[in-house]
Design a protein around this ligand. Structure first.
Ligand code: NGQ
Ligand code: ZN
Length: 470
């Protein structure tokens, strides 16, 4: 083995491969950050670095609104007799009014560093604050999108940028509200933005997709035209949409069309494996079956959905139909991949009064089963998976992984699958993550990103400019 080989090699006593746990695994990757070899049951070659604990596949974060990290914790007080998703949204819009390009870049850079430290190696950014605070486009219409691309580049996280189409404030083409002015684009204008962003995305190997915000925000003809336009630019580009998060939204959709949102979408849009249905929380059994059959990924954001009082997705029913899924941190009330899995499983336990609901016949370890499925579905939603490919620690994939700290008290002395269970179910809030690699580069070492302190300071300063005294 040459020096160059050992520079791009890591040996792990335990690794979670797409097929399950393996022992004594040597992984190697190339200068472009792609995995070239995964060899289990081998001896550690001399000179190769040894992982400090079990190797886990990096988790894709399939849903993020980066700017919302700046007000996490600041909407947890009663403002109306009965607070709700909708009263939260009014507060959220007030923060959205204040974001500047500089603040967005600082907030997103810190957030993406937090994500890496918490086990995410890629992020789908569902980006809808496009314009200046007066609602007029910036001189460069891509200003805020470019700020997000720079933030991801600085942090070293893979990004899937999803510029959002937003046109109306409700079903039936209701005109936008004044506080939605920063989000609004015509469909043609969206397609020009995508063309403008394509070279910038290619330059940093970012994936470019598009997100019709919701059926509330995008009229039927615009949805059709935007999906056609995107498909002409790239037939594989990911398409994400918020779909049935609130029962109010379901009721309004029925009043407008006679159909529920998922039912309407499946009849009127070419939903397939490119699509990610974010917050498909409120579906009938027929919708579960039909949506799963399209191959689309269910984008589940357990901590945000709990924070906003959305409701609980029926995972067993989705899985029964072969549905694919992944997790997102969405509003970033919590930024921790393990905690999203915890919340997801706990929601199912509370509703069903059972335990280990998301274990499978093939994989009885519930944390292992969830991690493997969420990595696969998350990679698909991120537009990083060709047909029939396997995500995770596998040849041809990006060298994205998390090394747990086998010396952490919560983990020490346990077998590897139990270390993952302890990380998800029995860790305290500080995670037991030792290091995180994205694209073959070690971005987090000893639990910390190299830019942690500098980015934290810039975040705190940026946050101060976006919050108002209440
Ligand atoms: C968003 N967030 O776009 O940030 C939404 C709220 C809306 C979530 N749905 C706004 N969690 O849906 O109208
Ligand atoms: Zn969202």
């Amino acid at each position: 083995m040459t020096a160059a080989d050992s520079a791009c090699s890591l040996f792990a006593a335990d690794a979670l491969l797409p097929t399950g746990w393996a022992r004594n695994v040597l992984v190697q990757w190339d200068g472009a950050g792609r995995v070239t070899h995964v060899v289990p049951d081998t001896a550690a070659p001399a000179g190769v670095a040894q992982a400090a604990g079990p190797l886990l596949p990096g988790m894709p974060n399939l849903h993020s609104h980066a700017f919302q990290r700046a007000f996490a914790g600041l909407t947890e007080y009663r403002g109306e007799a009965q607070d709700s998703f909708w009263s939260w949204r009014n507060l959220m819009y007030r923060f959205a009014q204040r974001i500047t390009p500089e603040a967005l870049e600082a907030i997103a850079t810190w957030l993406y560093i937090e994500m890496l430290e918490a086990g995410y190696t890629s992020v789908c950014e569902f980006h809808y604050v496009h314009h200046d605070t007066d609602g007029r486009p910036y001189a460069d219409d891509a200003t805020l999108s470019l700020a997000l691309l720079r933030a991801a580049h600085t942090a070293g996280i893979h990004i899937t940028l999803l510029p959002v189409l937003y046109q109306t404030s409700g079903f039936g083409a209701k005109p936008p509200r004044a506080d939605q002015a920063r989000f609004i684009r015509s469909t043609d204008n969206m397609l020009s933005l995508l063309e403008r962003l394509a070279p910038a995305c290619r330059a940093q190997e970012a994936i470019l997709g598009m997100a019709p915000h919701s059926l509330r925000a995008v009229p039927a003809d615009s949805l059709t035209a935007a999906v056609q336009g995107l498909t002409a630019l790239n037939p594989h580009a990911p398409i994400h949409i918020h779909i049935a998060e609130q029962t109010q939204e379901v009721d309004d959709c029925i009043a407008w069309s006679g159909q529920r949102p998922v039912q309407w979408l499946l009849e009127h849009a070419p939903v397939d494996a490119r699509w990610c249905l974010v917050h498909a929380t409120h579906m009938t059994p027929t919708e579960y079956a039909a949506a799963a059959a399209t191959g689309a990924v269910a984008g589940i954001c357990p901590t945000t959905e709990a924070n906003l009082g959305d409701g609980i997705f029926d995972m067993p029913l989705w899985l029964q139909h072969g549905g694919r899924w992944g997790v997102g941190s969405d509003s970033h009330a919590c930024v921790n991949a393990a905690e999203e899995l915890l919340m997801l499983e706990y929601g199912q336990r509370l509703v069903r009064r059972q335990r280990n609901v998301l274990a499978t016949p093939a994989q009885p370890e519930v944390a292992t089963a969830m991690a493997l499925q969420a990595v696969q579905g998350g990679a698909q939603a991120s537009g990083r998976l060709g047909d029939g490919q396997t995500a995770g620690i596998a040849v041809g994939q990006r060298a994205d992984w998390v090394v747990l700290d086998a010396q952490a008290v919560a983990l020490r002395g346990l077998p590897a699958p139990a270390m993952l269970s302890a990380h998800v179910f029995a860790s305290h809030r500080t995670s037991a993550i030792h290091s995180v690699w994205a694209g073959g580069q070690c971005r987090v070492a000893g639990g910390r990103h190299a830019l942690h302190d500098r980015a934290a300071g810039a975040f705190v300063a940026a946050r101060a400019t976006t919050i108002d005294a209440r």
